[in-house]
Ligand binder design. Structure first.
Ligand code: HEC
Length: 149
C-alpha cells in the first residue's frame, strides 16, 4: 500500500509538523498557554523536514565553506531560499538572477547587508541572519570574482 511507503509517511508527518508549529490559530502547537516557537526554531525544524527528517542529521552538514562555492549550485539557492520572496522584479533591490545579484555584489551592498555591517540595511529583513557557513560561501564566491559558474 502506498501509504506505508516510508518517504510518503515522512512527507505527510513533516508537513503536519510544520503546519502545527506555524499555525497561530486554535490548531497551532504548542497550545495557546505556551509561547510559540521562535522563527529561528521554526526555520530549523523546516530545514530538518526538507532534508528528510533523518536521525542525527546536522542540517548544516552539507554546507562547507572551505570548498569554493559555485554560483548555480551554491549561491543562487541561498538567494532563492532566503531573499527572492522580498526581492522579486517589483522590489527596489532586485535579486532574481545572476545579473541582478552581480549588481548588488559590485556596489558592495550584498556582502554588507548579509554581514549586518554598517552602511546598509541588515538582511534578510527582520529574519535571522544567514548561517555563518552560508555567509562564508557567499564571501568566498565574491572573493574569487563572483563568476557565473
Ligand atoms: C522580508 C523581506 C526581505 C527579505 C527576506 C530580504 N530582504 Fe533585502 N530588503 C528588503 C527591503 C524592504 C529592502 C529595502 C528596499 C529595497 O532596497 O528593495 C531591502 C534591501 C536590500 C538591499 C539593499 C540594502 C541597502 O542598504 O540599500 C540588499 C542588498 C538586500 N536587501 C539583500 C538581501 C539579501 C541578500 C537577502 C537574502 C539573504 C534579503 N535581502 C532578504 C526586504 C527583504
Amino acid at each position: 500500500m502506498l501509504i506505508n511507503h516510508p518517504s510518503i509517511l515522512t512527507t505527510i508527518s513533516g508537513s503536519l509538523l510544520i503546519q502545527s508549529i506555524e499555525d497561530t490559530g486554535a490548531l497551532g502547537m504548542p497550545p495557546k498557554a505556551y509561547p510559540r516557537l521562535t522563527n529561528t526554531q521554526i526555520e530549523k525544524i523546516k530545514l530538518w523536514v526538507v532534508q528528510g527528517m533523518q536521525q542525527g542529521i546536522d542540517c548544516e552538514a552539507n554546507c562547507d565553506d572551505t570548498l569554493q562555492a559555485k554560483y548555480a549550485k551554491d549561491i543562487f539557492p541561498i538567494i532563492q531560499n532566503n531573499c527572492i520572496g522580498c526581492h522579486g522584479s517589483s522590489a527596489k533591490t532586485i535579486l532574481i538572477d545572476y545579473n541582478t545579484i552581480l549588481t548588488q555584489v559590485n556596489n558592495g551592498k550584498l556582502l554588507c547587508s548579509i554581514t549586518h555591517s554598517d552602511g546598509c540595511l541588515p538582511m534578510p529583513q527582520n529574519l535571522p541572519q544567514l548561517s555563518s557557513c552560508n555567509i562564508g560561501r557567499i564571501r568566498n564566491w565574491i572573493k574569487s570574482g563572483s563568476p557565473n559558474n
